[in-house]
Design a protein around this ligand. Structure first.
Ligand code: PEP
Length: 246
């Protein structure tokens, strides 16, 4: 994406249906401006429907997951090329739910990010610490480890990073703007050790219980370039208000 692109991504997780596809595109198509990206991330079976409905609008589309391989005998998986072919501009990789329930690690997440870049789509690389890690003052250690794996892929300068503290996801307990800003500044400082110019230009989104009430204060932070929104994205009206705040 262009330098420090502001982005709001609505991640439905395993929720939604064809009616929500229609309602979401109807509500949001007229809201999107060229200044801030708005990305719908439905379950994979609905990507084609979103594409059809969003044709001719400024809405972008993302997958929630992608394989690290370009093809092969992997039943139930899909490649980045396939996502690009059906109109995805982004794919989320390394979401904490993938890490937790599907045991995805930093190496695999980095490989998935590179697979996206090879296919011409932008990976949204999720990183973040758990409550236990935060309690033990390990936030920077964990983010540092996750980013070390990321910068080992040649294309890392082209990714979008999403800071998603695990304790804030789906809990209704978002990071405060100051907590988010501190983590985002740390993420940029880590990336700057490899490339200061790229670190200043990369988009870093915040994710974790963002809603229409807390979004504006988070977006006012200098290193918060937008949001990855879970639950609130299931309401097109809420997603629209969050987008407008960005
Ligand atoms: C997410 O799924 O990435 C997320 C941040 O979820 P929620 O907004 O529901 O916390």
């Amino acid at each position: 994406p262009p330098a420090r692109q502001r982005l709001v991504i609505g991640n439905w997780k395993m929720h939604g249906d064809l009616d929500l596809c229609l309602e979401t595109v109807s509500v949001l198509a007229d809201v999107v401006t060229p200044q801030v990206g708005l990305v719908l991330c439905p379950p994979a079976p609905y990507l084609g429907e979103i594409r059809r409905l969003a044709q001719g609008t400024r809405l972008d589309m993302s997958a929630q997951n992608v394989a690290e391989l370009s093809g092969g005998e992997r039943t139930g998986e899909w490649s980045a090329r396939m996502l690009a072919e059906v109109g995805c501009r982004y794919a989320i990789v390394g979401h904490s739910e993938r890490r937790r329930h599907h045991l995805e690690c930093d190496q695999l997440t980095a490989a998935k990010a590179q697979a996206c870049l090879n296919a011409g789509i932008t990976p949204v690389v999720c990183i973040g610490e758990s409550q236990l890690e935060r309690d033990n003052l390990l936030t920077e250690h964990i983010l540092g480890r996750q980013l070390r794996h990321l910068v080992q892929i040649p294309g890392w300068r082209e990714v979008v990073v999403a800071y998603e503290p695990v304790w804030a996801i789906g809990t209704g307990h978002a990071a405060t703007p100051d907590e988010a800003q501190a983590a985002h500044a740390f993420i940029r400082a880590c990336l700057a050790q490899t490339d200061p110019v790229a670190a200043a230009q990369i988009s870093v989104l915040y994710g974790g219980s963002v809603n229409e009430h807390n979004a504006a204060a988070l977006f006012a932070m200098p290193d918060v370039d937008g949001a990855l929104v879970g639950r609130a994205s299931l309401s097109p009206q809420a997603l629209s208000r969050i987008y407008t705040a960005a």
